[in-house]
Design a protein around this ligand. Sequence first.
Ligand code: PLP
Length: 382
Amino acid sequence: MRNISDISSYISENSKMLDSSGIRKVFDLAQKIENPINLSIGQPDFDIPEEIKEEAIKAIRNGFNKYTVTQGIEPLREKVVDFVNLKKKTKYTVDQCIITSGVSGGLVLSFLATLNRGDEVIIFDPYFVMYKHLVNLFGGKSIVIDIYPDFSLANKKDKITKAITEKTKMIILNSPANPTGKLLTEDDIVEIYHIAKENNLLVISDEIYDEFIYNGKLVSIASYYPEGTILMGGFSKTYAMTGWRIGYALGPTEIIKEMIKLQQYTFVCAPSFAQYASLKALDYDMSEYIENYRKKRDLVVEGLKENFNFVKPEGAFYIFPSPKEIHDTGEFVGKCVSEGILIIPGNVFSERNTHFRLSFAASDSTIEKGLEKMNKIYRSML
Ligand code: PLP
């Protein structure tokens, strides 16, 4: 029998299943530390460009403050479709597009639209935290495939094929990836395309970091496999508008239709003023900002190379290193955090705890200070 004096007995099993303790520990500690060197942040350190801010203010002043149509305003859907088709060699039409409350919103809707209890979803480890937990939350089962140490999908065909059962419904791709910065090659994409096609699997391709690319070229699986792909993209990272909550999903018309129906009963619509401002954002050239992030990537690579093993990030703004001679990475991360350098332990993104995530979405001086201190801590532990 439940008792209202024990309010925890009212928490759902689904909610209890979610564990956010790893990241929370770092953030809780961050609260207590004065002037931390914060290398844990998942959003750019620059602000939204002024012209885009002005557009949002103008939209608010012009009264675009009400609900919009559930699927997103027509001009933005049209523009997103043109933008994606040009950039990713796809042939989407407007009815295959929904504007979502960030990619997070898109992920929720796509899982709700497609997963039945017990459906298996393949995710690659290390993974973006939300995938594993959301899949489980919506009744699916995350099947985790380890892709250490190179975080590449090349030569993993056997491993992937072996993980496929009659219950497998979906594979999730994320390129460039959080937390590794890895960009999938065209060969990787073609291999996944063949596996997905042969086994009739859906693919969710999370391309939220598609503008943050430093080496190589983004290839979207949607250009090979439009019939089975739900492509997700967003404005959060590219334009530093994480708080405005705008993303999009493109995919087979029938699935997008279901997602629109589900959005009607959940998020209702993406924020109205931000949809109008996003129209302007798509015209804005962010290449200078990205160039700046390439320099930050190089700074981090230089600063870590002596004492850490890592795969050089080709995109996004994270690196996922492991200390060379220290075997207890957890202890190393703990020491860094207690000395004010905020990095995230690898087990937040992985079944292992051999690595850690460092975000270079920070000022150059913060990065430099952090690297210097981390190397010092490393040496003190030898
Ligand atoms: N996908 C990945 C890989 C991310 O790293 C993030 C944010 O950290 C998201 C999706 C969610 O982004 P949004 O702000 O669009 O919900």
